[in-house]
Write a protein that binds this ligand. Structure first.
Ligand SMILES: Cc1ncc(COP(=O)(O)O)c(C=O)c1O
Length: 487
C-alpha cells in the first residue's frame, strides 16, 4: 500500500490519483484477504495505543494518500481485531465476501440517498426485488414486505413502533403515551438486549418488559408466557408484542415460534421474530422446521451481514403489515413530496432514517455471485463443522457441553476430569483459559453465562473457515488448558 506512485498529485479531487491509488488499494485488500493469518486475530493493543499515535488536531494542508495509506498500515492495522481472520470465532461472524465488498464499493461510488424512489429508482426497485428473492428463499409468504436497515437493533425498534401503532385503541402517534394503560413486551431470558433497548426507546419502560424464563434447552417457556400475558391483562395493562428468537445470541436456541404465534393470535399481540443470526439457515430445506410459525409473524428481522456473506450494515426487516409500518413512520414535508408517491415505494416512509445507503446493491452482488446453491453449500459446511467440534468437546474428559447445538455455535466449558473445586473456581479457570487462548493471536472466541456458569462460546460462520481452523482452535484450547492445569 505504500509504494510511491509516479504522477500522483496531492489533490483529493484528482480522478487519476484516485484511479492509481484505487488499484493499489484493491491489490492490498486482495493480499489481506489471502493472508489474514499474517495478523493476530485479536488486536494486541492496549486502550489509548491508537489515539496517542494520531495528532490531536487535523492537518491544515493536504496530506498525500501515500502518507495516509502508510499511517493506515502502521497505526490502524495493528489496532484492528480481524473479523476476516478464519480464527475469528467470537460473537457472531460478520461474514463479508469479496463480491459483497465490490457491491459496497459500487454503492459508495454512486453515493445515492435512497430515501425516495425518485432519488434513485434503481436503489428502491433493487431493494424490493432482492428482498423478495430472499423472502422466497426463506419460504416466507408473499405478504412479507422487506426494508433494509443498518442493524437488527434498528429493525427491531421499527417493528416495536409498528406494533404500538397497531394497537387500535391507542393513538400514540398523536396522543403520545401519557395516560394510557402500561404496554407490555414479552421476551425470554435469552432474548437479545436490542428488544429491551427498543422498549426503552419507545417509552414502554423496562418495568413492563416481561422476561419469561427459558427451559433446559434455552427455549421460551410457553406456560410461563401465557401466565404472564393473562396476569398483565388482569392487572389492566396492555400486552402488545411478543418476541420469540430463532438463533438466540448466547446458545442459538430456537423458540417454538408456532406456539408463540398461537398465543399472539389468541391475545391479539404483535408477533416479532428475531432471526437476526439464524435467518439465512431457512434457505436449507432440512432446517426449515426451526422456522415453522414465522410465516404468521407480523414482523421478522434477519441480518445478511451476520451469516449471508454481506458486508456489515445490512439488516432486513420483513413486515406482513406494511400499511401499519408506513402509518407509524410516514411524515412527508412539502420538499419531499413527489408526483408518483402513490405508485411507488418511498423507503423513507418505513423507518427512522430519511437518508439511506444503497445497501441492496451489495446483497444483490452476493446472492448472484454465490448463487443459491453456493450459499447453501457454505452454510451446510458451517453446520457440519459445528457438529464436529461438538463431538470433540463431548469426547474429551476435561470438557463438557453447556447447550445443544442447533446451528453453528458451540457452548462448552472446561471441567477437568478430577475437578473437586467450587463452581466459582471453575468460572475463574474458564476465564483464564479464554484469555490465554485469545492472547495467542490464533483464535478469538468469547463467552456467555448459562445457568449462572461462565460458558465458552465458539461461533462458526466465517466465509473462509475450514475444518483445519476449527482443529487449530480446539488444539489451542486443549493445550492451553493443559498448561493452566500444570501451573
Ligand atoms: C439474536 C440477535 N438479535 C439482535 C442482535 C443485534 O444485532 P445488531 O448488531 O445488528 O443490532 C444480535 C446481535 O448479535 C443478535 O444476536
Amino acid at each position: 500500500m505504500t509504494d510511491s506512485l509516479e504522477n500522483a498529485s496531492n489533490d483529493p479531487r484528482d480522478i487519476e490519483q484516485f484511479r492509481q491509488y484505487g488499484h493499489q488499494l484493491i491489490d492490498w485488500i486482495a493480499d489481506y484477504y489471502n493472508h489474514p493469518e499474517n495478523y493476530p486475530v485479536l488486536s494486541q493493543c492496549q486502550p489509548g495505543d491508537i489515539q496517542k499515535q494520531i495528532p490531536t488536531t487535523p492537518p491544515q494542508q493536504p496530506e498525500s494518500l501515500e502518507k495516509i495509506f502508510k499511517d493506515t498500515e502502521d497505526i490502524i492495522v495493528p489496532g484492528m481485531t480481524h473479523w476476516n481472520h478464519p480464527g475469528f470465532m467470537a460473537y457472531f461472524s460478520v461474514s463479508g465476501s469479496p463480491t459483497g465488498l465490490l457491491g459496497e464499493l459500487m454503492a459508495a461510488a454512486f453515493n445515492v440517498n435512497a430515501m425516495l424512489w425518485k432519488t434513485s429508482p434503481a436503489a428502491t426497485e433493487l431493494e424490493q426485488v432482492v428482498l423478495d428473492w430472499l423472502r422466497q428463499l426463506f419460504g416466507f409468504p408473499e405478504s412479507f414486505f422487506g426494508v433494509i436497515h443498518d442493524s437488527a437493533s434498528t429493525s427491531t425498534l421499527c417493528a416495536l413502533v409498528a406494533a404500538r401503532e397497531a394497537i387500535a385503541a391507542l393513538d400514540s402517534r398523536h396522543e403520545g403515551l401519557s395516560g394510557g394503560s402500561p404496554l407490555c413486551v414479552y421476551i425470554s431470558d435469552q432474548t437479545h438486549s436490542s428488544v429491551e433497548k427498543a422498549a426503552i426507546i419507545i417509552g414502554v419502560g423496562q418495568k413492563y418488559v416481561r422476561t419469561i424464563p427459558s427451559n433446559n434447552d434455552f427455549r421460551m417457556d410457553m406456560v410461563a408466557l401465557e401466565a404472564a400475558i393473562k396476569a398483565d391483562f388482569e392487572a389492566g395493562y396492555r400486552p402488545f408484542v411478543v418476541v420469540p428468537t430463532v438463533g438466540s445470541t448466547s446458545t442459538t436456541s430456537a423458540d417454538d415460534v408456532e406456539a408463540v404465534a398461537e398465543l399472539a393470535e389468541k391475545y391479539n399481540l404483535w408477533l416479532h421474530v428475531d432471526a437476526a443470526y439464524a435467518g439465512p439457515i431457512a434457505m436449507l430445506p432440512e432446517m426449515r422446521h426451526y422456522f415453522v410459525g414465522c410465516e404468521r409473524a407480523d414482523s421478522l428481522v434477519t441480518n445478511p451481514h451476520k451469516w449471508l456473506f454481506t458486508q456489515i450494515g445490512c439488516s432486513v426487516l420483513y413486515c406482513s403489515k406494511p400499511d401499519v409500518l408506513k402509518r407509524a413512520f410516514s411524515l412527508v414535508p412539502e420538499y419531499l413530496k413527489t408526483q408518483e408517491e402513490d405508485e411507488v415505494v418511498n423507503y423513507m416512509d418505513y423507518g427512522v432514517a430519511l437518508g439511506r445507503r444503497f445497501n441492496a446493491l451489495k446483497l444483490w452482488f452476493v446472492i448472484r455471485s454465490f448463487g443459491v446453491e453456493g450459499i447453501q453449500g457454505v452454510l451446510r459446511k458451517h453446520l457440519e463443522m459445528a457438529q464436529q467440534l461438538r463431538s470433540w468437546v463431548e469426547g474429551h474428559p476435561d470438557f463438557e457441553m453447556m447447550a445443544p447445538v442447533p446451528f453453528s455455535v458451540v457452548c462448552f466449558r472446561a471441567k477437568p476430569n478430577d475437578w473437586s473445586g467450587s463452581d466459582e473456581d471453575l468460572d475463574i479457570l474458564n476465564d483464564q483459559l479464554m484469555h490465554a487462548v485469545n492472547q495467542t493471536g490464533k483464535v478469538f472466541f468469547s463467552h456467555t453465562r448459562l445457568k449462572g456458569q461462565l460458558t465458552l462460546r465458539i461461533a462458526i460462520g466465517h466465509l473462509y473457515m475450514e475444518i483445519d481452523h476449527v482443529k487449530i482452535a480446539w488444539k489451542t484450547i486443549t493445550s492451553e488448558l493443559q498448561s493452566l492445569l500444570e501451573k
